[in-house]
Design a protein around this ligand. Structure first.
Ligand SMILES: NC(=O)c1ccc[n+]([C@@H]2O[C@H](COP(=O)([O-])OP(=O)(O)OC[C@H]3O[C@@H](n4cnc5c(N)ncnc54)[C@H](OP(=O)(O)O)[C@@H]3O)[C@@H](O)[C@H]2O)c1
Length: 358
């Protein structure tokens, strides 16, 4: 199978295509034929080797010396179950699914093998494969941090970096939990975050959200420029700072920060729970969570996709498609035997077929 491989840390151009053995599904596992995957901020970090302050010395031990130990990156995938291992009852060949191996990686490949009782779920029927692949990284992270922050109905939540992958999910999930949401985003992204449900928008290019008199029960920081020393002024009593992006000193200090003011700081890696993926699928199926896609690239253009991610300016997710049917909600009505007969130049037009719910 074809995989995108990162042998050494560096710029987008270090990514190269290689042939790798197609994995088989062992007992309890499913093999997914990947139709769409995402290039996430997590992939950027592993590929570039750029670590938050304090983590540099730990990079070799954690990720690999000279280059990532796992050369096939990719945290999110959507596709079709292609083979099931012995004992698997939950899925059958042909089932549309999406998956979040997360830190286990491996989605930048034509096939992904994952435990059937792990972080894989039926694809919501109202989402295309590309949309489903755009859901997990930001959704899982936002869900975990908001849960650890114990968001309550009516609380005031500020999301810093609201137009990104984690932020765009956090705005929607906080609204779903009944919070009043203030989104920090640049003016060109104001309409996007409003469409996701934000009640107020602060343009970070003209206004310092920490300088006004407003108080928040929760500040969720996806940018890394909101340390507790700066946020304590704007946190209400019993307020929580959810530091999605934090350096090592901040993570180590989070257990003690704010105690004197009855504040709490939540930092560190998000948990990766199978049941959270099911929650995201349910919310998406009911229209409560909408994946945001900035740009879509064919798999072969992964370097261009990384360039967008490296800019730090993407909205939501950047998607790679490995099959023209990734743009559709279903694939059965366009079976392989028909697809194989369609001349290559016509394939891009397949992507323009409206999906069932559109
Ligand atoms: N703790 C964990 O387990 C965990 C899990 C996932 C992610 N993370 C980390 O969380 C961070 C965010 O991830 P992500 O996927 O959401 O990133 P992302 O999608 O790349 O974020 C890009 C967005 O950030 C916005 N932005 C940039 N500078 C900003 C600023 N000063 N104020 C407000 N918005 C700003 C950009 O909007 P403009 O174009 O308007 O600038 C853009 O829309 C990453 O560093 C990632 O490594 C941590």
């Amino acid at each position: 199978m074809k995989v995108a491989f990162v042998a050494r840390y560096g710029p987008p151009e270090v990514v190269e295509f290689r042939e790798a053995p197609t994995p088989s599904a062992a007992a309890g596992e499913v093999r997914i034929r990947v139709l769409a995957t995402a290039v996430t901020a997590g992939d950027w970090r592993i590929r570039s080797g750029v670590m938050p302050r304090g983590f540099g010395a730990l990079r070799g031990i954690g990720l690999g010396f000279g280059g990532p130990r796992k050369g096939v990156l990719g945290t999110d995938a959507a596709g079709v179950v292609d083979a099931v291992g012995a004992g698997v009852k939950r899925f059958n060949a042909g089932d549309p699914v999406f998956a979040f191996p997360g830190s286990a990686l491996g989605c930048h490949a034509e096939f992904l093998v994952i435990r059937a009782d792990g972080r894989v779920a039926p694809k919501p029927a109202n989402l295309s494969f590309e949309e489903a692949a755009a859901l997990p990284f930001g959704g899982m992270t936002a869900l975990d941090f908001l849960r650890r922050g114990e968001v309550q109905t009516g609380e005031r939540v500020l999301v810093n970096g609201a137009s990104g992958n984690v932020g765009s999910a956090a705005v929607q999930l906080a609204k779903h939990l009944g919070a009043h949401v203030t989104a920090v985003a640049s003016a060109p992204n104001a309409s996007l975050v409003q469409s996701l449900g934000a009640d107020e928008v602060i343009d970070y290019t003209t206004c310092d959200f920490a300088a006004g008199g407003a108080r928040f029960d929760i500040v969720l920081d996806c940018v890394g420029n909101a340390p507790y020393s700066r946020m304590k002024r704007i946190l209400a009593p019993r307020g929580r700072l959810l530091a999605v992006l934090a350096d090592l000193p901040a993570i180590l200090g989070s257990a003690f920060a704010g105690r004197t003011k009855s504040h709490r700081v939540v930092a560190g890696p998000a948990s990766e729970k199978a049941e959270d993926l099911m929650t995201l699928a349910e919310l998406a199926a009911h229209g409560k969570l909408r994946p945001v896609i900035d740009q879509r690239f064919p798999f072969e253009q992964i370097v261009d996709a990384y360039r967008v991610v490296d800019s730090g300016r993407k909205k939501g997710s950047v998607i790679l498609w490995l099959d023209p049917r990734a743009a559709l909600n279903t694939w059965e009505h366009l079976p392989e035997r028909i697809l194989d007969r369609i001349p290559a130049p016509v394939l891009p037009f397949i992507r323009a077929i409206p999906s069932r719910t559109e």
